[in-house]
Design a protein around this ligand. Structure first.
Ligand SMILES: Cc1ncc(COP(=O)(O)O)c(C=O)c1O
Length: 360
């Protein structure tokens, strides 16, 4: 048959979403399975969000405000940057795609740490851009010196995922300062801070507050995690206005939906509740980390809402063993398993499954 799609995509691993809950409950014949595979915060939509969505629905026959002005003003107020630094999109992963479109030509290079967010190689390949993967350190974190050394004259972007998905590790200010100084001024440094609201280590810098005034730094954030909008798709980036303006030119028109804009504005009014929820997640993150270490797992400290079990070739088997006990986690075969922090009850169910899988 005549080939209609690009041959170079044949070997590209597809993005793997966490396994479907309904499938597993059916397969196991149980009332309820638990999903700890997609890094959502488990406490439902924020107060006021469902009502804002319902109201916005009444206008859903109209196109949304393409510039998302009211939302950008609300974000600007919260972040302390002018609104023209901000671009919104349908999830920060979509913005990362757009960013590559705005900065890279086929054959250019993007440097990132590996293992890191599984969307990066897919986004690079989709734009015919070369991925330069710098191996994580033995402690599962970014090797910033090696990343700086990997930059060539073809490099357009270097991505620092802080905290890193899926290992939960983070880079601290002193090393990030050195890195930001070392990166050439014509390479854009992307700080992917999807889990920023969950960071408690005071040495892990807020990228926007610390480096936001530098012309070659861009910060990516999402409302999918702490802000509870994963299903509505809302992410944003902050960059210098000329970078933001170029990115806006290649945005998919109207891709920040009317409903998502309304939901995000309502969510931003709930900062205290977001803080309260994040504190609950952080307390559970620390409890789960301790408990896993006690049963022999070598879990690195996490600053996000998930933990990493570096189980190497045992990862898939561990994932299956958890599933057989009704808990869906996210194995990366050959490397490790990422487990999202859920409610205390969900985490207890996972810990029981993990103990049985590791020591049973
Ligand atoms: C590091 C990182 N960046 C970006 C995203 C994408 O978030 P979204 O597209 O839901 O905004 C995720 C989601 O898992 C992530 O872990």
């Amino acid at each position: 048959m005549t080939r209609l799609t690009r041959a170079d995509l044949d070997n590209l691993p597809a993005y793997v979403p966490g396994r479907n809950l309904a499938d597993l409950t059916r397969e196991l014949g149980i009332a309820e399975a638990i999903k700890l595979a997609s890094n959502e915060v488990p406490y439902g939509p924020l107060p006021g969000v469902p009502e804002a969505v319902a109201d916005a629905m009444l206008q859903s026959h109209r196109y949304p405000d393409m510039g998302a002005l009211e939302l950008r003003d609300a974000l600007a107020g919260r972040l302390g940057v002018p609104a023209d630094h901000i671009v919104t999109g349908c999830g920060s992963v979509a913005l990362a795609e757009i960013l590559v479109k705005a900065t890279c030509l086929p054959g250019d290079e993007i440097v990132y740490s590996w293992r890191s967010f599984e969307a990066y190689p897919i986004i690079a390949a989709g734009a015919s851009v070369t991925s330069v993967r710098v191996p994580n350190t033995a402690e599962h974190g970014h090797d910033l010196q090696a990343m700086a050394d990997a930059i060539t004259e073809r490099t357009r972007l270097v991505i620092v995922c802080n905290p890193n998905n899926p290992t939960g590790t983070s880079v601290r200010k002193a090393e990030l300062d050195r890195f930001v100084e070392a990166v050439p001024s014509d390479v854009l440094i992307v700080l992917d801070e999807a889990y920023r609201e969950l960071v408690t280590d005071p040495e892990v810098p807020d990228g926007l507050a610390t480096y936001g005034d530098r012309h070659n730094v861009l910060v990516l954030r999402t409302m999918s995690k702490a802000w509870g909008l994963a299903g509505l798709r809302m992410g944003y980036l902050a960059a210098q206005p000329e970078v933001a303006a170029a990115i806006r030119k290649v945005l998919t028109p109207f891709s920040t939906s009317l409903v998502a804009q309304a939901a995000a504005i309502a969510a931003l009014a709930q900062e205290d509740e977001v803080r309260r929820r994040c504190a609950l997640v952080v307390a559970e993150r620390d409890r789960v980390t301790e408990a896993l270490r006690k049963i022999g797992a070598d879990v690195p400290g996490s600053q996000a809402n998930f933990v990493w079990l570096p189980l190497g070739d045992e990862s898939a088997a561990f994932g299956k063993a958890c599933e057989s006990r009704g808990v869906i986690v996210r194995p990366f075969q050959g490397d490790g398993v990422r487990v999202t922090i859920g409610t205390p009850e969900e985490n207890d169910a996972f810990l029981a499954a993990a103990e049985a899988a590791l020591n049973g």
